[in-house]
Design a protein around this ligand. Structure first.
Ligand SMILES: [Zn+2]
Length: 398
């Protein structure tokens, strides 16, 4: 039974040329999780009555189940629909700086497992292929899930990746530059492969489950060890011709500044990225430290650490001001490990944004000033987004 459901679902989700009303409803459910009939009608552009009929048929064939959702604070549970969790699974893999993380989730958006494997810095691709395959196999055995129902594997990559799946120069994974992800993983995993850079994946996670649900236009600005981001317009993440749209960390801040890993000089990341902050902190400590330790120290009141984060916020806001001048988005989602510092980062960031951008909040009518919020998933947004690549069918490598 589970296998039959899986086959139906694979066809409806992965064969994009199928554009029947049923396929549209199934894709809306896959992309949004538990949703009401009216939400599906809005997403698909189909009449509410058509959606109701289709949902009835899908329930009878067990591909869709009814679930109760409860909005916080509002007593009565509402009826929503979701794909049958038994109908399929999706795997997201983060190729991170020092770890490979794997999240297994079902098509109803429940996380089944979340494992992290530490790797030494600058790890090589061939070591990862075997670990990923082995871990995924074990997860399916451990949870007694049929591997045949795995719809696809999404990869979040620390660095830019071309739409064809090739890892581009400037990546934080130097040994992976030039690697074709699909050629590497498809023969081993024998499943559709999806991929995008980790900041784009983070934006997808915030759109699907986090701080930007139902927001069609926003900018995600990610301040972690590196600095990246994503531009979301009309509900879609902009990829760009080479896949590097939203690489805000490489906006040139000082053309005479230090050399960046991308080959340019004085990139924004060198002034407000986590690595720049930990480098300065290590000079004081005379030992290695982590971004998390610096943020924790700042939150506990350490004046020096606060100053480092405030200064990073000031520079970040200036970079973001250019983005704001170009795109004028209604929402900025500030993400990454540095965002854990909350207002210590946000206050100077917003002040310098306001100073340097074109549209000042005082000169716009009420409600048009951009909002700044901290992302919901600061720790695992990239891996969750990798799961989302499969569920939303974004970044399929063919
Ligand atoms: Zn750079």
């Amino acid at each position: 039974m589970a296998n039959m459901l899986g086959d139906d679902l694979k066809g409806l989700l992965n064969e994009r040329q199928i554009d029947t009303p049923v396929a549209r409803v199934v894709r809306a459910l896959s992309g949004h999780g538990a949703v009401s009939t009216s939400q599906i009608a809005r997403t698909t552009g189909l009449a509410r009555s058509t959606v109701s009929t289709i949902l009835g048929d899908l329930r009878r064939s067990a591909l869709v189940v009814e679930v109760e959702t409860r909005s916080p604070g509002l007593g009565r549970p509402a009826l929503a629909h979701s794909l049958n969790p038994e109908a399929g699974t999706s795997v997201g893999v983060l190729l991170g700086l020092r770890e490979v993380r794997i999240i297994l989730a079902d098509v109803a958006h429940n996380v089944i497992s979340d494992v992290s494997m530490p790797f030494e810095r600058d790890y090589a691709p061939d070591r990862v292929i075997r670990s990923v395959k082995h871990t995924i196999d074990n997860l399916y055995k451990e949870h007694s899930l049929p591997f045949s129902n795995l719809l696809g594997v999404g990869f979040a990559v620390s660095g830019p990746i071309s739409p064809a799946g090739r890892i581009m120069p400037g990546s934080m994974l130097p040994n992976w530059v030039g690697v074709d992800l699909r050629a590497l993983f498809e023969p081993v995993l024998q499943k559709p492969i999806f991929a995008d850079n980790e900041s784009h994946c983070a934006a997808l996670a915030e759109m699907m489950w986090g701080a930007a649900i139902d927001v069609e236009d926003f900018v995600l600005f990610k301040l972690d060890l590196g600095v990246g981001g994503a531009i979301v317009a009309n509900g879609r993440i902009l990829t760009g011709a080479a896949g590097t749209a939203g690489e805000f960390g490489h906006i040139v801040h000082d053309p005479q500044g230090p050399l960046c890993r991308c080959g340019n000089r004085g990139c924004l990341e060198l002034y407000c990225g986590g690595s720049a902050i930990t480098d300065l902190a290590e000079k004081r400590l005379r030992r290695t430290t982590s971004l998390a330790e610096v943020v924790k120290g700042a939150l506990a009141g350490d004046i020096g650490y606060r100053r480092l984060i405030e200064d990073a916020g000031e520079v970040a806001g200036r970079g973001l001001a250019m983005v704001g001048t170009i795109l004028n988005p209604p929402l900025f989602v500030i993400s990454g490990g540095l965002a854990e510092a909350g207002e210590i980062l946000l206050a100077p960031l917003k002040t310098s944004y306001e100073r340097y951008t074109l549209t000042k909040s005082q000169s716009t009518s009420d409600g048009f000033a951009p909002r700044f919020v901290v992302g919901r998933f600061l720790d695992n947004d990239n891996t969750m987004g990798a799961v989302g690549l499969v569920l939303r069918h974004h970044g399929r490598l063919t």
